[in-house]
Design a protein around this ligand. Sequence first.
Ligand code: FAD
Length: 536
Amino acid sequence: MFQSDATESFGFQAEETIRINYFSLRRMCTALYPLLRPHARVVHVSSSFGCLSQITGDDLKKKLTNSNLTETELDKIMHEFVDAAKSGRHLQVGWSDSAYTASKIGVSALAGIHQSIFNADPREDITVNAVHPGYVDTDATLHKGILTPDQGAVAPVYCALLPKNTEIKGKFIWYDKTLADWKERYFLQLNIEDERKESEEATMFSTCVKMLRTTSKFASLARYESTLVIAEHNNENLLPLTCNTLTAAKKIGGDITVLVAGTKCQAVAQNACKAKGVSKVFLADSDAFKGFTAESLTPLILKLCNEHKFTHILAGASAFGKALLPRVAAKLDVSPISDIINIKASDTFVRTIYAGNAIETLKSKDNVKIISVRGTSFELLPLEGGDAKCETVPTDDYTSNQVQYIKQELSKSDRPELTSAKVVISGGRGMKSGENFQLLYTLADKLNAAVGASRAAVDAGFVPNDMQVGQTGKIVAPNLYIAVGISGAIQHLAGMKDSKTIVAINKDPEAPIFQVADYGLVADLFKAVPELTEKL
Ligand SMILES: Cc1cc2nc3c(=O)[nH]c(=O)nc-3n(C[C@H](O)[C@H](O)[C@H](O)COP(=O)(O)OP(=O)(O)OC[C@H]3O[C@@H](n4cnc5c(N)ncnc54)[C@H](O)[C@@H]3O)c2cc1C
């Protein structure tokens, strides 16, 4: 067992660790298996570090999870690790810098192979399981382990005494006797009265143990979530949608890191540090991020994800998030989860489908969950009460050769921003022209409202498309939504039907908008709107 201050070369440590932890187990099994009788129980003592989440190589993971993997092939993989460690290539080929991890991954994989062999053996009902006994107080952990040796024996003894014809075969058992999956990501998350501090680094497990949180008499196991929120901002201020997204991140649980990537955007990062619940803010400041193009931001996000092993990456479901997240998801080969309106568990999300006509609850099995968040469904997290660290991340050269940012033209308005306004007045095709929208602007100024539009009004060129409300436009949920000359097509309703109070003005009493309206006025808008404005 090598402690972190060991002076031997890593190649030597790798060879010794694999020889003892993996090959001596292999030899013991070869010697003893012929002696086993029907219903024998074999327990391989693995570790929480014997999980594939501890290593990075996709090819390696594929080989190790191949259901036809043989002992000889696994031996070869272990030898290859030692060779790579000796030549300093182990990280490059997808291992971590822990020989202990490699050896225990070998042990976890071996249990599955042995179970397959016994499944075809004439001696009936022999089981082989791997266990993670827990972080036990022993010499090997320099007595930093949190479980007593007796507690550490619970899972191995449980596996040794499994009843006849048990279904628990070839599995990975956690120290609390629950079934785990070594092919997945598992961390220990331990709390002292809700206070989480980094644990002192237990030297035996070297870098791996950084993932262990501090100890408690009442250690509890939980999947350890770690979320990266991509901030949407204008280099001066965070957009409110980011604060809604932070609330969603808090609901997922675990650590929250915010990425502020932009050009001269230090002030934004400082602001993000104030959000309560954020543990760290990454500041990536570079000219490459001008225009916040998905092409330049994606490699940065992938790099951070690879280094920090985030379990969730979140952004608002805006044009920015919708352009960026599918690209990140494609690169990670996972399915993006778009426009969520609720979170049931860290892997279970609620979203609308069929233009808002049905609600879907979906469970994601992806290791990294890439999620866009509907801002109107989550409260704004106030930028106060927090004191996160701000860390500048190296910005290398992220200039994209696929796109070049030239300029952006934003419609300037003193009115509130559409998606965060408390009152929204939208006009449809019934407005008949862009000039007639002046009627709505005058009314909006009286109500401190934002002005939106239906797609028909946008397509007709009455107003710019950043005013579009609906399935393919912006989603709004103000306290008061006034629809003027809008029929109420489902695609429009998808963007506004969560508004608290809906008022419709339409000359057609059969217009579908009246079905969702709290107050309806059947009238000619050219008469009704000026009268309303005058009365206010
Ligand atoms: C894939 C897809 C995505 C879409 N996404 C969106 C979207 O995001 N947002 C969106 O809005 N649409 C969207 N649409 C289009 C949608 O289907 C409708 O065509 C559109 O919403 C209609 O806009 P409208 O209500 O302004 O026009 P119309 O349906 O033509 O309605 C105009 C209304 O104005 C009323 N009116 C006319 N004159 C007056 C008057 N003088 N006084 C009072 N009332 C009057 C009429 O009675 C009528 O009800 C999408 C469609 C598709 C296929």
